[in-house]
Design a protein around this ligand. Structure first.
Ligand code: AMP
Ligand code: GLY
Length: 421
């Protein structure tokens, strides 16, 4: 089969690494890819959001199956466009991707189908949003409705901070149209976990859990990022909790979307808080998490490709996947300055020695290969150093051991990923 993976981050490197290992995969392309992905796939210089060119490429090359990594092309309808020209794809339709594309849609869907989530209200004007904030008091959470690259959420410790967030989203439009509507919701307390399931329209197959580290600094300090590290499985996870998450959260969403004429196909990423009253849905994403995907896929024993195809073909009910009995840790290395301004083009050495032959895997995100073969940083999050081990502590030691062998003075990582777990 000829496969096209869409995207250019660490998640897509992990997807290419797993798909490229499948005996079913004869040719693997990635658009646009990165320097690490180039070792697994032929990189095609088409942006992940250039829907017309992606569809044209897939048709011209007779691609058999397209796997879409990021949310933006899904929300923009890439899968609908591919299916319209008879090309199979993994990922939800634009209608189903609204689950991530509109937080207000997600909240109302949860309300309609009895999925536990934080109490909330939607607002299209700043004044009533602020009045509601003053009535409910802090801590309180303000969210921009639309996609804001993970930056559209403010967990406000004071009423003033919450009101300022309303102004930033709705009046200053710091995230553009995404802030035309805001959701104000109750602040949930408890450990946060991510849970992933494959969905084929009507049936969901649980995959695995992860815990990610969103803030840039040790001890969860500093601003939010795309994710600085991940551990899988999440330490709080067990079989009973997984059953509860499937029954109370994943299944009602899958059944609800199908009943509303938006059947969901792809991977469903549930962001959850384990409150005293049980798991509650914070958000749903319509894609694998990054860097959760890197940690997850290193634990997967089964061939990934048939599982993704089973979701796309609607035959997950009779499908199962096997996992290694291992823990996995991904530590992200980023350019100094991230998530603020950072330097590009700094040279990264020691990558081959760091990985070794049978140990950690270094997934690339923002990297670029110079003509002389050197790898340079080309983005904020640059590498996802991922390792497995019998315990989380073993996996953590292996990942940080690899990081010690990487020679990149202009890079940094959190020192406390998976510490104490
Ligand atoms: P989201 O983009 O919805 O995942 O939100 C980003 C982060 O904000 C989440 O990972 C949580 O840590 C936090 N968050 C979002 N909603 C809530 C909430 N209702 N209560 C507490 N924390 C929240
Ligand atoms: N690491 C969080 C995300 O991918 O949304």
């Amino acid at each position: 089969m000829k496969i096209l993976v869409v995207g250019s981050g660490g998640r897509e490197h992990a997807l290419c690494w797993a798909i490229g290992a499948s005996p079913l995969c004869e040719a693997l392309y990635c658009a646009p890819g990165n320097a690490g992905i180039a070792a697994e796939a032929e990189c095609v210089p088409i942006a992940a959001t250039d829907i017309d060119s992606l569809v044209g490429f897939a048709r011209d090359r007779a691609i058999d199956f397209v796997v879409v990594g990021p949310e933006a092309p899904l929300v923009a309808g890439l899968v609908d466009r591919l299916q319209a020209v008879g090309i199979k794809a993994f990922g939800p339709s634009a209608a189903a991707a609204e689950l991530e594309g509109s937080k207000g849609f997600m909240k109302d869907l949860c309300a309609r189908h009895g999925v536990p989530t934080a109490a909330y209200q939607r607002f299209t004007d700043a004044a009533p949003a602020k009045a509601y904030i003053r009535e409910r008091r802090a801590p309180i959470v303000v969210k921009a409705d639309g996609l804001a690259a993970g930056k559209g959420v403010v967990v406000a410790a004071t009423v003033e901070d919450a009101e300022a967030a309303v102004d930033a989203f709705m009046v200053d439009r710091i995230h553009g149209d995404a802030g035309g509507e805001v959701i104000v919701e109750e602040c949930l307390i408890g450990p946060e976990i991510s849970f992933f399931a494959l969905v084929d329209g009507t049936h969901a197959l649980p995959l695995a859990s992860a815990q990610d580290y969103k803030r840039v600094g040790d001890g969860d300090s500093g601003p939010n990022t795309g994710g600085m590290g991940a551990v899988s499985p999440a330490p709080a996870m067990d079989a009973a909790l997984q059953e509860r998450i499937m029954a109370e959260i994943v299944s009602p969403i899958v059944v609800g979307l199908a009943a509303e004429g938006r059947p969901y196909q792809g991977v469903l990423f549930a962001g959850l808080i384990l409150t005293e009253d049980g798991p509650k849905a914070l958000e749903f994403n319509v894609r694998f998490g990054d860097p959760e995907c890197q940690a997850l896929l290193m634990r997967l024993k089964s061939d990934l490709l048939p599982a993704l195809m089973a979701a796309s073909d609607g035959v997950l009910k009779t499908f199962d996947v096997q996992w290694y009995d291992a823990a996995s840790v991904c530590v992200v290395m980023a350019s100094r300055g991230y998530p603020g301004p950072y330097e590009k083009g700094t040279v990264i050495g020691g990558l081959e020695a760091a990985a070794g032959s049978d140990g950690p895997v270094i997934f690339h995100a923002g990297t670029h290969r110079l003509e002389d073969g050197r790898i340079v940083a080309d983005g904020g999050r640059v590498l996802g150093v991922t390792a497995t081990g019998a315990t989380i502590a073993d996996a953590r030691a292996s990942a940080y051991g690899a990081i010690d062998r990487i020679d990149w003075p202009q890079g940094f990582c959190r020192q406390d990923i998976a510490q104490g777990l």
